[in-house]
Design a protein around this ligand. Sequence first.
Ligand code: PNS
Length: 166
Amino acid sequence: MASTNVAVYPGSFDPITNGHIDLVKRTLRVFDRVIIAIATNPEKDQSLCTVEERVTMVREVFRGLGKRVKVDTFEGLLVDYAETIGAQVIVRGLKAISDFEYEFQMAMMNRELKPNIETFFMMTGESYFYISSRLVKEVVGLGGDVSDLVPKKVLKRLKAKFALRG
Ligand code: PNS
């Protein structure tokens, strides 16, 4: 039987931000375990960081939380992945009103595909309402300061990536 105590938190995590971290911590108040599932799509991948780098960054961030947080990658449909690992719940963060339509469509499509898997939405912490991985990358690439928005190690990696690009 699938466990109701496991939540899958899927996303691109390119890179993980303080908003994601806040969401994982709050999800752990409700669920025993969270699987952070990094989506991979080799054909369409336009990510700044490789999958391996994203996994490493997430692992570094959650090192202290032991077995309650696991990092994994998946290819293909999220609901198939969730079913394979025996999770019945997908967690997504909602930041602004603009997120709603996209999230609503995904939740409805996922429900259409697998009605037994539920999507739970958590409101992003108020300090993180405006953070997105996309904006973080843009600002770092242009030399702006995002040290309050991502962990130090993530920032270091991002800066190194942009330095390599020249
Ligand atoms: O962090 P993101 O980029 O908003 O995450 C989007 C993600 C990875 C959750 C979504 O694109 C996804 O579920 N991809 C896996 C493929 C899939 O199941 N697509 C149908 C979604 S209804």
